[in-house]
Design a protein around this ligand. Sequence first.
Ligand code: OGA
Ligand code: MN
Length: 197
Amino acid sequence: MNIIEIAGQLEQTGYIVLDNPLPDKLTTQLFTRCQDDDPARFQAAHIGRGTDKKQINSIRGDVINWLDDADSTDRAYLACMETLRQGLNEALYLGLFDYECHYAIYNAGAGYAKHSDVLAGKNNRILTTVLYLNEDWQSSDGGELVIFEPTGMEVIATVIPKFGTMIIFLSESFPHEVLISHNTRRSIAGWFRVSGS
Ligand code: OGA
Ligand code: MN
């Protein structure tokens, strides 16, 4: 990963799409980990927090599993993101304190309606990252990530969730939406946060 390039682009436009920032071997191992093999491992994702917490399939249809420090593949990914965290703090003085991330599987028919990643009453999420794990993704598979400019009116980027692509964006600035996927769509979504959570 070229941290200087990432920092520069985040400063200029607030987001960056990277083609293949991680070694292919690691991306493949992450794909293997992102399998719904044990029914207890992946759980329906929720929106909101505390008493506002809801699970509404029509808004958010993925199932998720938080990365596990005890797994060597997960640890390798977390180590890469730790390097990025430190580099971005040095370059941009963001004061990023930690990183949380989960695998996500959108089965055919699932999407995630337009939303912001900054939870109501909480603004500790600073940067969102999504790494896509899908080989041979076809345009007919749908599932694109659509990024809107801050007012939410205009589309500024459409990202195809293909193997190895990573997007990084300022969590508070960009409403975004996952279009309905017509194939099994795998990714790791994560957030660099400042302390106070
Ligand atoms: C999220 C999200 C985008 C994607 O999990 O909050 O917006 O492309 N994911 O999977
Ligand atoms: Mn989101």
